[in-house]
Design a protein around this ligand. Structure first.
Ligand code: NAP
Length: 309
């Protein structure tokens, strides 16, 4: 019987029950194996404490409960030959699409401004644009960037999408690589970051990008805090180059109380909730990958360790 160890800080018993239903032929463990125990075949990981992965040598696959896996690569605890499978599932794509579109439409139609006006008992119509009068740029054309772009296209926004390879999305304009970045962002009213955090993308959202956006634009970060130079973001919002930004992710989480981002009137904060992993969907996805692996078939969503995503 193959053994699966769950190394997740949140509700491992609940996860174990879902795995027992999905893979009844496998033994599901939530406690660390003791010396002399039978080997563990697969490890399902969230953000385990330092040393946990290294203490279970010889696993055949590391299966992440999260889409972002930079913490696993940085840990240095995963052997070069052990594949890491990242989380790609419909729940994540749906969640991110809802969150990005909700924030983008709220900005586009001035909804937060009207909330403020109501608090002040003020009747003040603002100039209202239609979606086709706005340009949106999405950084990242992957499992999340692609469905988000499709929804912007469906709403009628002029949509651009930027990736390493220039992946296309019907109805959107595709841009590729370093030389395509500024052309992709140039004149964008809304900039959405959905890149993975790698050595190449760290600090990629900086003063240069904000300056390239249309004056008074909006920035949405649903990816990782490490993509953004916070001081450049604050300067762009304070100068009026950006009218507002919404951030779901931060360099340090929870965002420390003393961080100036908390108190900036035009920067909105959400506590890393854009696209939480829905365990019942994630377990099905992981179970399918384990079954594919055991049948000798190709596994979906293996991390390219050289690229970092
Ligand atoms: P993905 O499928 O791996 O897609 C990544 C995209 O980024 C691809 O289009 C890739 O280009 C592009 N890219 C990577 N490096 C690049 C570079 N140097 N230059 C240009 N483009 C580059 O990732 P995903 O599943 O969409 O997830 C994206 C990120 O979202 C995750 O890594 C995670 O950090 C974040 N996330 C956040 C939440 C949340 O709740 N806030 C939830 C889930 C995920 P190619 O297509 O050419 O390879």
């Amino acid at each position: 019987m193959k053994r699966i160890l769950i190394a997740s800080k949140g509700k491992p018993e609940h996860l174990a029950a879902l795995f027992r239903d999905a893979l009844p032929e496998h033994e599901i463990l939530i406690d660390m194996p003791k010396p002399g125990d039978a080997p563990v075949d697969y490890m399902v990981v969230g953000r385990p404490a330092a040393g946990v992965i290294a203490s279970v040598p010889g696993v055949k696959l590391i299966l992440s409960l999260n889409a972002g896996i930079e913490h696993l690569l940085h840990s240095g605890e995963i052997a070069e030959e052990t594949p890491i499978v990242r989380m790609v599932d419909d729940g994540l794509a749906e969640g991110m699409t809802e969150w990005v579109l909700a924030e983008a439409l709220a900005w586009h139609r001035n909804l937060r401004q009207y909330e403020g006006f109501q608090r002040d008992v003020k009747w003040q119509p603002l100039a209202e644009k239609l979606a086709h009068e706005r340009t949106v740029t999405i950084l990242g054309a992957g499992a999340l960037g692609t469905p988000v772009a499709r929804h912007f296209v469906a709403f009628g926004f002029k949509t651009r999408i930027w990736s390493r390879s220039g992946r296309t999305v019907e109805g959107a304009q595709a841009f590729a690589g370093t030389e395509g970045l500024i052309p992709a962002v140039s004149g964008a009213d809304i900039l959405v970051n959905l890149l993975p955090l790698t050595a190449e993308t760290e600090n990629i959202v900086d003063a240069r990008l904000f300056a390239a956006q249309a004056k008074g634009g909006f920035f949405i970060n649903g990816a990782r805090g490490g993509h953004v130079v916070d001081a450049d973001l604050i300067a762009a919002v304070e100068s009026g180059q950006l009218s507002a930004a919404v951030l779901d992710v931060f360099r340090v989480e929870p965002l420390p109380e003393s961080d100036p981002l908390w108190r900036h009137p035009n920067i909105l904060i959400s506590p890393h909730v854009a696209a939480p992993t829905h365990m019942h969907i994630a377990v099905q996805e992981i179970a399918r990958n384990i079954q594919r692996f055991e049948r000798g078939e190709a596994i979906a969503h293996i991390v390219d360790k050289a690229k970092g995503y």
